[in-house]
Unconditional design. Sequence first.
Length: 164
Amino acid sequence: MRMSRLFGQFSSYLGLETERVKFLQGLGYVHDIGMASISDEVLNKRDLLSYNERQEVKRHPETGYRILKSVPDMEEEAQIVLYHHENWDGSGYPYGLSGDSIPVESRMLLILDTYDRMKYAPFGRYRHSEKEIIKELKRWSGRQFDPLLTKKFIEWMEGRKKQR
């Protein structure tokens, strides 16, 4: 639910049309559906993952793609999920795509998913403050994250903070 809300709010901030905002909110609910294929042992592990465990986790975008592709009228969602761990500089997975060859929605999803994982720290991991998250987003902008979308996301975060 958090990812759906986050996707909706950020895409509204970007000025996307209402139908697109609703589409992206829906995507927020299913973006990590491929994680269902990962063992509970790996998902709940607090220590560093082994090489084989990391490989298991790295398969979740492709698994999510296959699951969503099998659902009528979810081809676009499947494509976005498939590429949501591709990095701006080409160092991501599963295909090593870079820059504008990664769908913009997948680039947005990577930023939002990173923010959510750092802020809410699933599986008992360390939670980061908004200040720490902004620092990390800036540090990885242009490498892991689309620099323009990262800048817009940080502006949006800082604007929300001022409204509180």
